[in-house]
Design a protein. Structure first.
Length: 260
């Protein structure tokens, strides 16, 4: 199954973020992220609202654990630095880079691969001729035990199309809009197909451009390009929104992101 092949390829670059309430010493939320390497440094790419509090301040890095293996520690401290732009309800951008410590990067690399910059594609808002994939861990598929402080995150790969027409209130200079029909079948981490869950928990998951050949078969899944992160869901309109990846890359520049 072509979708399964894409899913298995994207899984190698994807992790789940477990957000802790440090005062209560228990998990309080989930997010998704993609392992990437920029300028020789390892990062996790996610949505800004996943790693900021209600006042718009960065979370304590100790509150962000990275889940990347079934037997992994659910309370690790791998995050060295948090870089964000936007993330508020009214913000036009919502994207973040989490810089990993050397130990954290090495530990994650035992189970995941960090995406090379050559697999990152800037400036993509829509493409009628290709499919897109969103990869992440929706909360509806997660099993959390607050007593034992364990979390099992079920991941999914949702293959879909860009919205046509593009939503008029979004900006193609920085937004991505993808159809998200919950009655559509998807390929989950287990065999078979199920209906798509609600997206919460999927926030921060990578948005990938997946090339199709003229015969309708996927090309080599490793040719998929990372184009952004998913960060919002418009249930009534049947689509999810994302921010294009170049705004995360620009966080490493002195000037920072420039919104058009």
């Amino acid at each position: 199954m072509a979708t399964t092949a894409v899913q298995q390829s994207l899984m190698r670059h994807s992790v789940t973020l477990l957000i802790w309430d440090l005062d209560a010493d228990q998990p309080k939320g989930l997010g998704s992220a993609t392992c990437i390497e920029l300028q020789g440094v390892r990062y996790l790419l996610t949505a800004a609202h996943v790693v900021i509090d209600s006042q718009g301040q960065h979370l304590d890095s100790r509150a962000i654990a990275v889940l990347f293996s079934k037997d992994g520690n659910t309370k690790n401290t791998f995050i060295r630095r948090i870089l964000t732009v936007g993330g508020g309800e009214s913000d036009s951008l919502d994207i973040a880079l989490l810089e990993l410590s050397a130990e954290g990067g090495d530990r994650i690399a035992t189970c995941r691969e960090f995406l090379a910059e050559t697999r990152i594609l800037h400036g993509v808002s829509a493409d009628e001729s290709r499919l897109f994939a969103i990869y992440g861990a929706p909360s509806a598929w997660s099993r959390a035990s607050m007593v034992e402080k364990t979390v099992g995150a079920g991941t999914m790969c949702y293959v879909t199309n860009s919205c046509d027409p593009f939503p008029s209130h979004l900006n193609p200079a920085h937004d991505i809009a993808l159809e998200y029909n919950m009655t559509s079948n998807i390929s989950p981490s287990q065999e078979g197909t199920v209906e798509a869950p609600e997206p919460p928990g999927l926030s921060g998951g990578g948005i990938w451009l997946v090339t199709e050949s003229r015969e309708g078969l996927f090309w080599t899944p490793s040719e998929s390009k990372l184009v952004g992160v998913q960060n919002r869901w418009r249930k009534s309109a049947g689509y999810v929104r994302g921010t294009q990846v170049q705004f995360a890359v620009s966080l490493l520049n002195d000037a920072g992101p420039c919104v058009i």
